[in-house]
Every structure is written in structure tokens, then in C-alpha cells.
Write a protein that binds this ligand. Structure first.
Ligand code: AGP
Length: 614
């Protein structure tokens, strides 16, 4: 999730751009850059890996004059974080520059076509391909820039929020958006462009939220013009901003954690974008293509991770054993690294990490690599230490996760692991074509099913109200839902400070059932599946001891409904995909309980977002 800013008017652009990028810092980034057109018509581009402060240090003795410019903070998706891959990017002639937030899925095919037409590229990014395409059309079709942008965007597949500046036209900025956010601020005699309103709100409250597949032609001192991709003029809908700055950064939510819970339909979609092709019956995971042979002959997969990522590994164990029929072990990285583990050269070690910087996980893969294993990373932060230390891998593309309690990263990790398990199963011939296809189509429905669960927020909030003052809680699940029980317990304890434990439901009679009384809420994942009847028996055991049951069930369930104090009904899905949906009510429950207890939800006590020390 990159940050974009643009300015055209009568003020100096540079300070507005820089302050705007600083406002967007909360979105997370690994590099930053600006492009300015100075009064002499010279186009100056300054861009650096690192923070905005690194950029300003670099640019302090440069020519930063000009009253038109664009700026960008990069959250890398294609290409490592480095100076060359930072935005803005030039067109072939270097007369056009562009910034971009999003993913162009078909950039490779376009790039090959442009290379054949003599284009040369400096970076590995999809963004550079798009600005080259725009100029190629402008030059060969003799179009104005605005129309060339329309024509190019009709050829691309993917998500974008772009702003383009033309060295030869100091009075115009072109902006366009699809699937990534963009706001245009309308000042007295200037325009502001940004990913959200936080860089704009101090200059003007009059904004236009560009809609998908719309192109804005912004001309100094003129009315804003908007056209759709069919070249039809659209009347701009100017709104007055009501949110204050801090609320804007959280997207109008009270906390980043809640924002990130609600982002999950999109983040799960983004983790599948360009990878899941259900109609073609394909899964494309570029980062493990070179290791398919290893997976084909693998005798063992070892997941190493910590915390929530370790729970994703437990789900991965079910998925890889179910579909790819490869034996799997799931290791706490902190235990694995000190246990002198037995590691074989044909082992595949998969490191799961949102931050890509967790010290124990990094040390675990260094140990495994030294013993000859193949290391695959499943991480969210492009270019972080763990992916750099891995032989291959797949980024989760969940976007920056600011809340310390991991939510959208978990569902993105499980999504990627599901795609990986299905793909490897196909490679190994361990899954029937019909089951494979059925899974791919069901994967496509998951974002919408998560959306449906988010509609239950008010009900979940009422349940939270009832249990917010309890001192303990138990979470139960069986099979692939056992890791969900662990994850639900971790969410509750880490942000509300209530002691909570997750257990395999069948383990109750081996001890935990001694804990059950009317003060102990028991949260159970009791969705339809092979173990359903057994979970129902476990619920009866709890009820017989006056325990409170709050169950996550498959929509329409009647049996558990008769027994439980509360049921949260989630849409039916394939049993192996239940974690992606069943975890959402537990995330919301822990969030609301923590808020009701006055806890610091986004920065819980004693915790850090990334544990980069042992
Ligand atoms: C989960 O909510 C916690 N924030 C924590 O357990 C986290 O999952 C763990 O520290 C691993 O972090 P990573 O995914 O960045 O490696």
C-alpha cells in the first residue's frame, strides 16, 4: 500500500509534497521520492530507499523549486526496495514521470511488447512499464496525454492510483484510479492529490474521491475535469471533509486494528491477486517456481514462525498434508533454533512472518539454510530480512499492518499457504482435478464471505459486552479450526489482558475441563465438517458443568444453537477454508472487549509490532 501525493498551484510544491508524504508515513513504506518541474521547465526527480527523512537529507542541496510536483512512499510489491525501484518513474523519453499505488497484473506481457518496440527499462517495477505504455501510445497514436492515459488503462489488468506529470506541460497533472484510493483536494487556486485526505485536510476541506476507472485532468486555474475509461465526462462530486487528521489516518475507524480487520476482504483479495486463476484452473506463484522440483520430491516441510504466524503454520500443516500429502512439522522458531534440530538437505523450511524481521524466525532459517534445507519465505514486508535470507517465497500483499495484534496478516498468510498447498498438490498429482477446481472457485468466494461476517459486528459487540469482565476464557476447535482457537485466545490475551487458552476440543477431558464453571466463557469453533458431532459432544460436556458456550457455527446451524448462550453464524465454506472466516468473529470479539476494558488496542502493554530481539 504505497502513499501518493501531488500538487499544482501557486505555492512551492516541495514542502507540500514532503509534508504530505510524512502524513502518509503510517501506511508503511520502504522508499520515497518526488518529482518537480522548476520554473525553467527542468524536471527534477529525487528518490531514495529509506524514510522520507532520508529523502529530504538527500534533496536538501538540490533544486527543489517549482509549483507543480508529485511524491510517493513505496510499499514494495514488485522489485526490491532500492533507489532504482523507488517512484517516480520516467517514461522512455524522460519527458513523463509517474507515481503509482497498486499492482498491474499483466505488466510482464506489456513489458515484453514494449521491449520489442525498443523500450528499455531501468527498474523491476510494474509502474515503469505503465508510464512507458502511456508514452508509447501518446507518441504512436498522436494522442494528448489524457487520452493516452485512457487508452493505456483500458489495456491494463490490476489496481492503480497514478499521477503523471509532463515536462512539456507545466500546467497539467493527470490522475487515475482503480482499486487503490485517491482523493483530490480543491483549493482556492490549487489542487492537491493524495492516497487519503490526511495530506490535504490542512489546506482544504473540499475534496473529490475519484471513483474506479476514472481519470482526472487537473489544469492550473481551471475546473477539475473527470472522464471514465469510456471517455465519457463525469461531473465531479465535491464533498466537504468532516474527519479530523487522526481519524483520516485510521480510515475513519477508531483504531488501526479495527481498520485492518475490516480490510480483510480486500487484503485476502490482494493476496490472491494475479495468483489465483480459477477459470483457467491455475495458481501462479512466481516466487516458488524455481523450487517446484524440490516440493515435488519433498519428504518433509517444516514451518518456522512465532505467535500468530505460528498459528498460520498450523493451518498450513493441515493444508499441505491434506492436499499435497507431504509430512509437515510446525516449529516455534525460538525452540527450533536452539534444539539442534535434525535437518536434511531435501527438507523445505517455510518461514512465516508478517514483519519479515522476527529475530527467532530469521535465526531459525539461517540454521536450516546452513544445514542445506531449501528456505521459502511467506512474509508481508517486501525486501525485509527473512525474504532476503530465503531461496524463494511468496509475499502476502496484505499491506502495512500497523496494529500490534496481527489480523489481516494472518488471513493473508493462510490464503497464501492455501494457494501454495493447492499448487504443490497439483504439481505432485496428489489432488483430483475436480477437487482442485472446486477449491480454486471456493477461494474466490472467501473475500465476500469475510465481508458477510463483518456485518455481524454489532452482534459480536453485544457478546463482548457480556464477557468483557471475565478473568479467563477457553477457546476450543478441532482439526483445521484448532489453530483458530489458539489465534482467538492469543488475540484476547494480548490486547485485553484476559488470560485465555486455546485447546483442541478433544483435549478437554485431559485436564482443562476442571476449569469449567459458570464464570468460564468457552468459545468454540463448531462449524459443519467431519468433526462436527464430536465438537457437539464437547459442547455438551462443557454445558454439563455450567460452562458458557459462545460458538462460531455454520449459518443455519440448529443443533448448537439449542445449547449455546450465543452463536455467531458464518457462511458455509470448504472445511479447509474455515480458518479464513471463523477467525474474524474472534478478532472482532477481542477488539471490542479490549476497547470496553479501556486497553490500548493498537499498542498493547509490553508488546512490539516486530520482535527483532531474542
Ligand atoms: C500477534 O498478534 C502478535 N503481534 C505476535 O504474536 C506476532 O504474530 C509474532 O511476533 C510474529 O511476528 P511476525 O509475523 O512479524 O514474525
Amino acid at each position: 500500500m504505497c502513499g501518493i501525493v501531488g500538487y499544482i498551484g501557486n505555492r512551492e510544491a516541495y514542502p507540500i509534497l514532503i509534508k504530505g508524504l510524512q502524513r502518509l508515513e503510517y501506511r508503511g513504506y520502504d522508499s520515497a521520492g518526488v518529482a518537480l518541474l522548476n520554473p525553467s521547465g527542468e524536471l527534477n526527480v529525487f528518490k531514495k530507499k529509506g524514510k522520507v527523512s532520508d529523502l529530504t537529507s538527500y534533496a536538501k542541496d538540490k533544486d527543489i523549486t517549482g509549483n507543480i510536483g508529485i511524491g510517493h512512499t513505496r510499499w514494495a510489491t514488485h522489485g526490491e526496495p532500492n533507489d532504482v525501484n523507488s517512484h517516480p518513474h520516467y517514461s522512455q523519453s524522460k519527458n513523463l514521470v509517474m507515481i503509482h499505488n497498486g499492482i498491474i497484473e499483466n505488466y510482464n506481457a506489456i513489458k515484453e511488447r514494449l521491449i520489442k518496440r525498443g523500450h528499455t527499462f531501468l527498474s523491476q517495477t510494474d509502474t515503469e512499464v505503465l508510464i512507458h505504455l502511456i508514452e508509447d501510445i501518446k507518441q504512436h497514436e498522436g494522442m494528448k496525454l489524457g487520452h493516452a492515459v485512457l487508452a493505456a488503462l483500458n489495456q491494463v489488468i490490476g489496481a492503480y492510483a497514478i499521477v503523471i506529470m509532463d515536462k512539456n506541460d507545466p500546467d497539467t497533472l493527470i490522475a487515475a484510479k482503480k482499486g487503490s484510493p485517491m482523493v483530490i483536494g480543491i483549493g482556492n487556486d490549487d489542487f492537491f492529490i493524495a492516497s487519503d485526505a490526511s495530506p490535504i485536510v490542512e489546506y482544504t476541506k473540499n475534496v473529490v474521491y475519484l471513483e474506479d476507472e476514472q481519470v482526472a485532468i487537473i489544469r492550473r486555474g481551471q475546473e477539475l475535469k473527470i472522464r471514465n475509461l469510456k471517455d465519457k465526462e463525469i461531473t465531479p462530486y465535491v464533498q466537504e471533509l468532516t474527519l479530523e487528521l487522526e481519524a483520516i489516518e485510521k480510515g475513519g475507524y477508531d483504531h488501526f486494528m479495527l481498520k485492518e480487520i475490516y480490510e480483510q476482504p480486500k487484503s485476502v483479495m490482494d493476496s490472491m491477486r494475479g495468483r489465483l486463476h480459477a477459470n483457467e484452473g491455475e495458481v501462479k506463484l512466481g516466487g516458488i517456481v524455481d523450487h517446484e522440483g524440490k516440493f515435488k520430491n519433498a519428504k518433509r516441510i517444516i514451518f518456522v514462525a512465532c505467535g500468530t504466524s505460528w498459528h498460520a503454520g498450523l493451518v498450513g500443516e493441515y493444508l499441505f498434508e491434506e492436499f499435497a500429502r507431504i509430512p509437515v512439522e510446525v516449529e516455534y522458531a525460538s525452540e527450533f533454533r536452539y534444539r539442534n534440530p535434525i535437518i536434511y538437505q531435501d527438507d523445505i523450511v517455510i518461514a512465516i512472518s508478517q514483519s519479515g524481521e522476527t529475530a527467532d524466525t530469521l535465526a531459525a532459517i539461517e540454521l536450516a539454510k546452513a544445514k542445506g534445507a531449501t528456505i521459502i519465505g511467506v512474509c508481508n514486508v517486501v525486501g525485509s530480512s527473512i525474504p532476503r535470507a530465503s531461496h524463494g517465497g511468496t509475499y502476502t500483499h496484505a499491506g502495512p499492518e500497523i496494529g500490534v495484534a496481527s489480523t489481516k496478516a494472518f488471513t493473508a498468510q493462510v490464503t497464501v499457504l492455501t494457494l501454495m498447498a493447492l499448487h504443490i498438490a497439483k504439481v505432485r498429482g496428489s489432488i483430483t482435478e475436480s477437487r482442485y477446481r472446486q477449491m480454486l472457485y471456493e477461494m474466490e468466494s472467501i473475500p465476500n464471505k469475510i465481508e458477510q461476517v463483518l456485518q455481524l459486528n454489532d452482534q459480536i459487540k453485544r457478546i463482548a459486552e457480556e464477557y468483557k469482565d471475565r478473568s479467563n476464557a477457553l477457546y476450543l476447535g478441532r482439526g483445521v479450526s484448532f489453530p483458530v482457537a489458539l489465534e482467538g485466545a492469543l488475540k484476547l490475551k494480548e490486547i485485553s489482558y484476559i488470560h485465555a487458552e486455546g485447546y483442541p476440543a478433544a483435549e478437554m477431558k485431559h485436564g482443562p475441563i476442571a476449569l469449567i464453571d459458570e464464570e468460564m466463557p468457552v468459545f468454540v469453533i463448531a462449524t459443519k465438517g467431519a468433526n462436527y458431532e464430536k465438537v457437539v459432544s464437547n459442547i455438551q460436556e462443557v454445558k454439563a458443568r455450567r460452562g458458557n458456550i459462545i460458538a462460531v457455527v455454520t449459518a443455519g446451524d440448529k443443533e448448537v444453537k439449542k445449547m449455546a448462550e450465543h452463536v455467531v453464524e458464518i457462511p458455509e465454506t470448504d472445511e479447509t477454508l474455515v480458518p479464513l472466516i471463523a477467525v474474524v468473529p474472534l478478532q472482532l470479539l477481542s477488539y471490542h472487549i479490549a476497547v470496553m476494558r479501556g486497553c490500548n488496542v493498537d499498542q498493547p502493554r509490553n508488546l512490539a509490532k516486530s520482535v527483532t530481539v531474542e
